[in-house]
Design a protein around this ligand. Structure first.
Ligand SMILES: [Zn+2]
Ligand SMILES: [Zn+2]
Ligand SMILES: [Zn+2]
Length: 141
């Protein structure tokens, strides 16, 4: 938990009317009793939040990965940046696990060094009014 974790940056906009309806993309939690939502999405809601904490070394490694492969793909798809790194003051441990180690059993523990950076991830979902509210976006009724 760092200071970036405590900031919520939820923003949203109504989807343009008159286009083909898209279903609500609210992720159904397997451990909750909630079924997949069948409502029509009415808002495009963005959440820009802290995903991982990284030490200096791993921040560089991740930003290099984004520079090379995935970053290009995302930029060509019209995204500004999928993730961003913000310096943090509060104590957090580095959450970095090498991509090739993610599927290893038993799981490889994360780096665990003192983290100096927060990785901020932008998530964007098309949501029905009920789920837009549930996600924290104060939409018009
Ligand atoms: Zn954080
Ligand atoms: Zn690390
Ligand atoms: Zn919904």
């Amino acid at each position: 938990m760092c200071e970036q974790c405590k900031i919520t940056r939820i923003s949203g906009e109504p989807l343009p009317a008159g286009e083909d309806p898209i279903p609500c993309e609210y992720p159904a939690e397997p451990d909750e009793d909630e079924e997949e939502c069948l409502e029509e999405a009415r808002y495009l809601v963005s959440d820009y939040s802290c995903q991982d904490h990284l030490c200096e070394e791993h921040m560089r490694e991740k930003s290099d990965q984004l520079e090379s492969g995935l970053g290009d793909f995302l930029r060509s798809a019209g995204f500004q940046a999928a993730s961003d790194f913000a310096p943090i003051q509060e104590t957090a441990e580095c959450d970095y696990v090498a991509p090739e180690a993610m599927l290893t059993v038993p799981a490889v523990p994360p780096c665990g060094k003192a983290a100096n950076y927060a990785e901020l991830i932008l998530e964007r979902l098309a949501l029905c009014p009920r789920h837009a509210k549930a996600w924290g976006y104060a939409c018009e009724p």
